[in-house]
Ligand binder design. Structure first.
Ligand code: GDP
Length: 380
């Protein structure tokens, strides 16, 4: 299954536009693409683990919209797969899917290249299988990688937890955590920090875990969080997520805690919007999708809650959850959203210019509270 993006290869310039016509990423187009338009190295995510641990499935489900059941028919990986996810300037990374049976500590592997430019290393452990061998490999991989690059973030996905009961899940996580930490201490690397995530491709946990991993690689995250906080406070929004639409990874959210149910609702909303847009929206003669910068989507739930989606730029969308009573001031919410979108574009522009000045200082236009903006100016 392949998904192609009509505008593949065009670096995102921070402007708004419509989602790619077929809501997909472009194919990987070679090593030269590792250097982004701004000249900086793209953060690279390495996906590793034993054979059949679920690496290819994760990659296909999260980034290529494969349905979990289809992964049953995936062939085994026997080469390094470089999957370039070049969807926006915030999320640019590669997944290197290592077949588990390859001994990459073989001297023919160029460790410096593999680990040198790597932002995060995800190690997938099959929780439904005996994990002792996986833990040995984890220890070997992590220590080797750490010697080369001390800035790598190590993420362990305790995967396929869908088949496990709650007690067993927690027990496995505790046991794997403990053993991995003991192994690191024994090999003299107790300074290495491992983060653990319970994941499955059959629910939203894999998207949530990937969101966490990707967020750690976004240097602008505090600025984005801050913008979302400001938007929420001034628009009576309870929760908002900035989504990468194609993968349903949220690249930022406000600082209130994320509850899985809200995240799942927002993911489902994106699916609904994309499905409706691709069924009814795309006309053959048009280049872009029907869902563009002036589009929005609103879903009213029967518990008095509203889900409100607006397109932020070609690949990102804002999804907000708010009380129906607070949606009476939709004009203010929309105005605040425009300020927010402008600010996000400025974050992109700053990044593209490789400018290190603080983002918050250059944001034009303040969100509005009750007809005046936060600087106290009356709205005309
Ligand atoms: P790889 O060799 O690490 O790339 O593993 P694959 O992606 O080929 O997956 C091996 C098998 O595990 C496939 O049959 C998948 O359907 C299955 N699998 C992957 N992820 C999950 C999961 O979250 N839960 C369950 N139950 N099975 C999974």
């Amino acid at each position: 299954m392949s998904y192609q993006d009509d505008e593949e290869g065009v670096p995102f310039d921070g402007t708004t536009g419509s989602f790619p016509k077929n809501f997909g990423y472009g194919p990987y187009d070679g090593d030269h693409d590792i250097i982004s338009s701004s000249g900086d190295q793209k953060p690279r995510i390495l996906l590793m683990g034993l054979r059949r641990s679920g690496k290819s499935s994760i990659q296909k489900v999260v980034f290529h919209k494969m349905s979990p059941n289809e992964t049953l028919f995936l062939g085994s990986t026997n080469k390094i797969v470089k999957d370039d996810i070049n969807n926006s300037s915030f999320v640019q990374f590669q997944i290197w899917d290592f077949p588990g049976q390859i001994d990459f500590f073989d001297s023919s592997f160029d460790y410096d290249t593999i680990f040198g430019g790597c932002g995060a290393l995800i190690f997938v452990i099959d929780a439904q299988d005996d994990y002792i061998e996986a833990l040995n490999k984890l220890n070997l991989t992590v220590t080797k990688a750490y010697k080369i690059n001390q800035n790598i973030r190590f993420e362990v996905f305790i995967h396929k937890v869908d088949g496990l009961g709650d007690d067993f899940k927690m027990e496995s996580q505790r046991d794997i955590h403990q053993r991995a930490a003991d192994d690191l201490t024994d090999s003299g690397y107790d300074q290495i920090h491992l983060s653990f995530h319970l994941t499955s491709i059959y629910d939203h946990s894999i998207f949530e875990a990937f969101s966490k991993v990707v967020q750690k690689l976004i240097p602008q995250l505090p600025a984005l969080e801050n913008l979302l906080n400001i938007l929420n406070t001034n628009s009576a929004i309870e929760k908002s997520f900035l989504f990468d639409v194609v993968s349903k990874i949220y690249i930022a959210t406000d600082s209130t805690p994320v509850d899985m149910q809200s995240y799942e609702l927002c993911c489902d909303m994106i699916d609904v919007v994309i499905d409706l847009s691709s069924i009814y929206g795309i006309k053959e003669e048009q280049d872009s999708a029907a869902f563009d910068e002036i589009s929005s989507s609103l879903i009213k739930l029967n518990n008095g809650t509203i889900l409100y989606l607006r397109e932020v730029n070609k690949f990102l969308a804002l999804v907000c959850i708010l009380r129906e009573d607070n949606f009476v001031s939709k004009g203010i919410i929309d105005y605040n959203f425009l300020c927010f979108r402008k600010a996000i574009q400025q974050v992109f522009e700053l990044r593209n210019k490789n400018n290190s000045s603080p983002v918050a200082n250059v944001i034009e236009g303040s969100p509005v509270v009750n007809g005046t903006n936060i600087a106290g100016e009356e709205l005309s």
